[in-house]
Design a protein around this ligand. Structure first.
Ligand code: PNW
Length: 480
């Protein structure tokens, strides 16, 4: 046994509405941009949709019992906006409210703390049609109105709110690369969409603090970021790694923790990057009670060689590559997940330290971390050693970060269940619990048993599976 985590550390798991609920035509739910996108031929692997997904809509009670069996202390899920407001605006839909009330009440009855994400990518289709989704400023007060309904209906019991999940993904994958809904591929739209996402976050937080402060909850935002390790010790490569991090995370976190976009983005983008008014900057600054982080992988960053052919837009990992001029690559010593994402636990520790330093020691929650592993059958899922070792390695480095002074308060494994992995459909499995998509049967994997033991020991059992240490990886890399 190693050092336990801090006594009040929170252990949870996370999901998202469109990825698990199914029941897309039930309970008065309106269509979302992910219904439309997944029904568009060629957009999602295998033509998969979220129509049934894990059928959590009908099975949430059993799923919550399972969470209890695993000892989860917190559960992060998202609300499907179009269940609350089928057309994106107007009076709340009573059936949608009742559905989330049932989930919240059931969680509390099992002593599991609900962490609620207001927006995990499933924008009501009606808003895409009427106001152009996140591209128009009109969305800002509309999101505020939706958030207000949620605070009013659920805030007596929900004390942990996350406004947006990974606005980087909404902006870059949805408006830049076209691989997520609504499927725009454009060089400038990501910056416009991001601007309205950030302002929508601020609008929701203002409403929460001004109108619902008596509920005494907390509200914040979850951003995603990979780590960037400089390829060499050269100043140019170190600068490239920093630039890449700033374009990834600083884009969204700087307005909230520093009051404006990063200078390097302004320098490189000029007026392609929208401008916040003084009033908006004031509203943004300090508008998150905690730093929500989703972290999955690490890449090497270097100054592009002007003579080499520059790789642009490595989907999902680079962002808007042309604007950054950073060359990204993989260390061949690294192993990868089924997503092709490098497994580099020390990158997680380094990113936590970077956030701690840049944003002045915020309270951090890892609201997602996990991996996809190829699991053709239930037998392989019951032996998901790669996933178990992934969690053991990443959480071991989380503890190291805490020991080095980072204020990490909690961790949510992505994901509770195998689920609809966006443009990859059901082909990629991230769950600690196996879902058989024919029978919808749930089977906890080895990683779930491992996680249950980790929680039961408050993390003291973590670091015990004997994966290569950071040092041995470095040695392996150097000796190549
Ligand atoms: C996150 N990328 O998405 C989401 O929050 C989850 O809904 C998703 O299932 C999970 O991570 C696994 O993919 C991401 O390309 C999607 O860098 C893509 C990227 C990062 C996160």
């Amino acid at each position: 046994m190693k050092q336990p985590f801090p006594a009040d550390f929170i252990w949870g798991s996370a999901t998202a509405s469109y990825q698990i609920e199914g029941g897309t035509k039930e309970g008065g739910r309106g269509a979302s941009i992910w219904d439309t996108f997944s029904q568009t031929p060629g957009k999602v692997a295998g033509g998969d949709t979220g129509d049934v997904a894990c059928d959590h809509f009908h099975r949430f009670e059993d799923d919550i019992k399972l969470m209890k069996e695993l000892g989860l202390q917190a559960y992060r899920f998202s609300i499907a906006w179009s269940r609350i407001q089928p057309d994106g605006t107007g009076e709340p839909n009573a059936e949608g409210i009742a559905f989330y009330n049932s989930i919240i009440d059931c969680l509390l009855a099992h002593d599991i703390e609900p962490w609620v994400t207001l927006y995990h990518w499933d924008l009501p289709q009606a808003l895409e049609d009427r106001v152009g989704g996140w591209l128009g400023k009109a969305i800002v007060p509309i999101f505020g109105d939706y958030a207000r309904i949620c605070f009013e209906q659920f805030g007596d019991r929900v004390k942990n709110w996350i406004t947006l999940n990974e606005p980087w993904c909404s902006a870059v994958l949805g408006y830049g690369l076209g691989v997520h809904a609504p499927g725009h591929a454009d060089a400038d739209k990501p910056y416009v969409a991001a601007h309205h996402l950030i302002l929508s976050h601020a609008a929701a937080v203002k409403i929460y603090r001004e109108e619902w402060g008596h509920q005494q909850g907390r509200i914040g935002i979850t951003n995603n970021c990979d780590w960037r390790m400089p390829l060499t010790d050269s100043e140019a490569d170190k600068a490239a790694a920093q630039r890449s991090l700033v374009f990834f995370l600083g884009w969204f976190a700087d307005p909230i923790w520093k009051g404006d976009y990063p200078a390097v983005m302004r320098e490189r983008l000029g007026d392609r990057l929208p401008v916040f008014s003084a009033e908006e900057r004031e509203l943004l600054l300090g508008s998150s009670d905690f730093f929500g982080l989703n972290h999955y992988t690490t890449m090497l960053a270097s100054e592009p060689d002007p003579d080499a052919e520059v790789e642009t837009n490595i989907a999902g990992n680079g962002g808007m590559a042309e604007d950054q001029e950073v060359h990204l690559s993989n260390d061949p010593a690294w192993t990868q997940t089924q997503m092709g994402w490098n497994i580099v636990p020390e990158g997680c520790r380094e990113l936590l330290k970077w956030i701690d330093e840049r944003y002045d020691h915020p309270e951090i929650y890892i609201t997602e971390n996990g991996c996809a592993v190829e699991e053709p059958d239930v037998e392989s899922a019951l032996q998901d050693v790669v996933r178990r070792d992934f969690f053991d390695g990443y959480l071991h480095e989380c503890r190291n970060a805490i020991e080095q002074g980072v204020d990490l308060r909690g961790y949510f494994a992505w994901s509770l269940l195998d689920n609809f992995e966006w443009s990859w459909g059901y082909e990629r499995r991230f769950g600690i619990v196996r879902v058989d998509y024919d029978t919808l049967e749930r089977t906890p994997k080895l990683s779930a048993q491992w996680y249950a033991a980790a929680i039961a020991s408050n993390g003291a059992s973590i670091g015990g599976v004997g994966h290569p240490s950071a040092e041995s990886r470095e040695q392996a890399a150097e000796s190549r």
